[in-house]
Write a protein that binds this ligand. Structure first.
Ligand code: F6R
Length: 239
């Protein structure tokens, strides 16, 4: 596991270079994408590079990590809406090449289809992750089996509380999400994990140096062959 600490802008620029290199080498690369506040500087950097003609997403395909159950794609807090707003609407990606799990049609067949479609696309080349204060990756909360595939998960009260900052009240935060599993994430070829802010410092310490334990889902990343952890100084302060 490689760790890079820098300012928010520095790490956004360094990470964005990984995307520039990947898409130059493999224009139809499959990107695993994340939502939340952490990836926003990276997405802003990718949009800037695209406008400067340095990166094209014309043949790229994307699969997002997760989506809340029950929110329409047009709901401002749905992850589909977030991706359109923060990245897709500003680059040359084709709408049909972007996938966000379907939080409205959650039959077992629909949910299982996601892993199948990732495999049919050739697997994820570069997976972007954020991290929860409890070490969750995607919405794989502590205790999630290592072998999990895309599934419906129940959000912990802590995660709903943390995410309530985006909603009018905690009661409006969905209780469930469709989320790529830990095995799905571990099957990706390269991973970049971003963490910003002091409240992520403990989770980052456990990710990098902690015992591999289901109590901290991100600790499993120690076993992945190619992970780069990008943190700002605050998130990296306990390393
Ligand atoms: C989002 C996701 C979550 C977030 C994590 C951190 O797609 O899968 O794991 O990455 O909750 O969220 P922020 O970035 O808002 O601190």
């Amino acid at each position: 596991m490689k760790v890079i600490v820098g300012s928010t802008q520095e790490i956004a620029e360094k990470g964005a270079q990984q995307y520039v290199e990947l898409l130059a080498k493999k224009p139809n690369a499959v990107l695993g994408l994340a939502t939340g506040s952490t990836p926003e500087p990276l997405y802003a950097e990718l949009i800037k590079l695209h406008k400067e003609g340095k990166i094209s997403f014309a043949d790229a395909r994307t699969f997002n990590l997760d989506e809340y159950c029950g929110l329409q794609p047009t709901h401002p807090q749905s992850y589909r809406y977030f991706m359109q707003d923060k990245l897709f609407d500003h680059v040359d990606i084709k709408a049909e090449n972007t996938r966000v799990p379907d939080g409205l049609h959650t039959t077992p067949e629909n949910v299982e289809e996601y892993d199948r479609d990732i495999a049919l696309a050739g697997g994820i080349d570069l997976q972007l992750l954020g991290i929860g204060v409890n070490g969750h990756i995607a919405f794989n909360e502590p205790g999630t089996p290592w072998g999990s595939l895309t599934q419906i998960v129940e959000l912990t009260e802590k995660t709903r509380e943390v995410n309530s900052r985006f909603f009018d009240s905690i009661d409006d935060v969905p209780t469930h999400a469709v989320c790529m599993g830990i095995r799905t994430i571990m099957n990706t070829k390269d991973i970049v994990l971003y963490a910003l802010g002091e409240n992520k410092a403990e989770a980052i310490k456990k990710t990098v140096y902690g015992k591999i334990s289901k109590k901290c889902p991100s600790s499993i990343l120690q076993l992945h062959p190619s992970v780069t952890v990008y943190c700002d100084e605050a998130a990296g302060s306990l390393l």
